[in-house]
Design a protein around this ligand. Structure first.
Ligand code: HEM
Length: 142
């Protein structure tokens, strides 16, 4: 019987790097992702590198992020940001589009769907709609 393959084995390091580049290019241009885009620094190049290092380890490859930064906990680096269900879903939308754009197989997409939702939901630190939708001062300030 054939051994189960990890997403890392199926995509390869170059495939994961291409996925992360596409992910942030999509976040940078997709109107529906403007909320999460605005949370990030202007230059997304360092984030492309960090997310790739993170996902290479997370998908079963060498632990590049852990070796460099000493932790794989994603809760702490996200604490300063308002991440509710809306922001989570914007992030996941960019990832769906990036998987599509980079030609990921149906097998990889199916394999990643639930774990990606779980990790994105674990990073969420707010319930309900985003601050912009609930805080009248923010709406008034435009
Ligand atoms: C759920 C919605 C998410 C939002 C809104 C979000 C937003 C952010 C923001 C604003 C930063 C800081 C970027 C900067 O310094 O310019 C960041 C960092 C990061 N995010 Fe996310 N993120 C989300 C989910 C995730 C998930 C699911 C992962 C991993 C699978 C992830 C991986 C990372 C990594 C690796 C960093 C860099 C942390 C560091 O400084 O070492 N993020 N994220």
């Amino acid at each position: 019987m054939q051994e189960a393959q990890t997403p890392y084995q199926l995509l390869g390091e170059e495939g994961i790097r291409a996925l992360c580049n596409a992910f942030y290019d999509i976040m940078d241009t997709l109107p529906e992702a403007a909320g999460v885009r605005a949370m990030h620094a202007r230059d997304l190049a360092p984030m492309k590198e960090k997310l790739a290092e993170y996902l290479i380890g997370w998908m079963g490859g060498p632990p590049l992020y852990a070796d460099k930064y000493g932790s794989v906990c994603m809760t702490e680096p996200h604490e300063p940001y308002h991440i509710g269900p809306e922001e989570r879903d914007q992030w996941l939308l960019c990832m769906d589009r990036a998987l599509e754009l980079t030609g990921a197989s149906e097998e990889v997409v199916a394999m990643l769907k639930i774990p990606l939702f779980r990790i994105a939901d674990a990073v969420r630190n707010r319930e309900g709609p985003s601050a912009a939708a609930t805080n009248p001062n923010i709406i008034a300030a435009g």
